[in-house]
Design a protein around this ligand. Structure first.
Ligand SMILES: C[S@@+](CC[C@H](N)C(=O)[O-])C[C@H]1O[C@@H](n2cnc3c(N)ncnc32)[C@H](O)[C@@H]1O
Length: 248
């Protein structure tokens, strides 16, 4: 993304997950509105609850939950009947499963960080504060639970929209995306093609894989390796990709 001279009207985060960038951009007033798209209905439920004006109810569920192994297990064994229940289960899993991983095969933390067991990543007050803050900006958030590719097509000619694209990392046979997300299948060539046709500015992040470098070259984009930390706080690098990264 070039350094932006004026505030963008719309930030689109097509692979939302935790939607860190879109939510930060709205809360910090960097953009007027964010559109977040998420294919996994369990993950999308969290943002649908915020959009529907129920973030305070979700905060309340978090604050009043008594976190024990038995309570977590019986909560997760129940069938979620409402979007609020579904969203709460997603938050509970995200905070009590190994590495916050929701994909099938993941399971409850045992020893946890600093031997704190199941509660090692359960910070109810912090979570409740976040949802309370999101409740204030809910009118500036739109969520769509669906495949993001047609949405990229819909906004292709919109010069007022900017995009932050953080897909599951499965390009070049890399398996991180498969392990981390229930919905990981993606045609990376189609995604690169769609992004290269956007009128608005965009930033993508990717694993540093040969196939990704080939796409960058094929679609005449720029890439830079930037340092980051993974879910276990281990330092690593990832690729940032855009049309013009001379500002980075
Ligand atoms: C790398 S994560 C995004 C992480 C996010 N940037 C964050 O801050 O947490 C990728 C997300 O894309 C979702 N996803 C996968 N395929 C998708 C698709 N075709 N359309 C929309 N979302 C998709 C996955 O369910 C996952 O939540």
């Amino acid at each position: 993304m070039q350094s932006l001279s004026s505030k963008p009207k719309l930030l689109i985060e097509p692979f939302a997950g935790g939607a860190t960038i879109a939510l930060t951009a709205v809360c910090e007033n960097w953009v007027d509105h964010a559109l977040i798209i998420e294919l996994d209905p369990d993950v999308a439920a969290v943002w649908q609850v915020v959009e529907a004006g129920d973030a305070l109810a979700l905060a309340d569920c978090i604050l009043t939950f008594d976190l024990t192994y038995d309570n977590v297990q019986s909560e997760l064994a129940k069938e979620a009947k409402t979007t609020l229940e579904r969203a709460f289960r997603t938050i509970l899993k995200n905070r009590t499963f190994h590495g916050g991983i929701l994909a099938p095969g993941s399971g409850l933390i045992k020893a946890g960080e600093a031997g704190k067991g199941l509660a090692s990543r359960w910070y109810p007050e912090t979570l409740a504060k976040r949802f309370t803050a999101l409740h204030q900006v809910r009118h500036r958030l739109t969520i769509e639970c669906r495949d993001c590719m047609p949405v990229l097509e819909r906004y292709k000619d919109d010069a007022q929209a900017v995009f932050f694209v953080d897909p599951p990392y499965t390009a070049g046979g890399k398996s991180a995306g498969k392990r981390l997300y229930a919905y990981f299948e993606l045609n990376h060539n189609n995604l690169f093609e769609a992004c290269s046709q956007l009128t608005g500015d965009f930033l993508m992040t990717y694993d540093d894989a040969d196939e990704v470098h080939d796409f960058v070259h094929q679609y005449s984009l720029m890439s830079k390796l930037v340092p980051m930390k993974n879910t276990h706080h281990a330092p690593m690098t990832e690729l940032v990709i855009g049309r013009d990264l001379t500002w980075l």
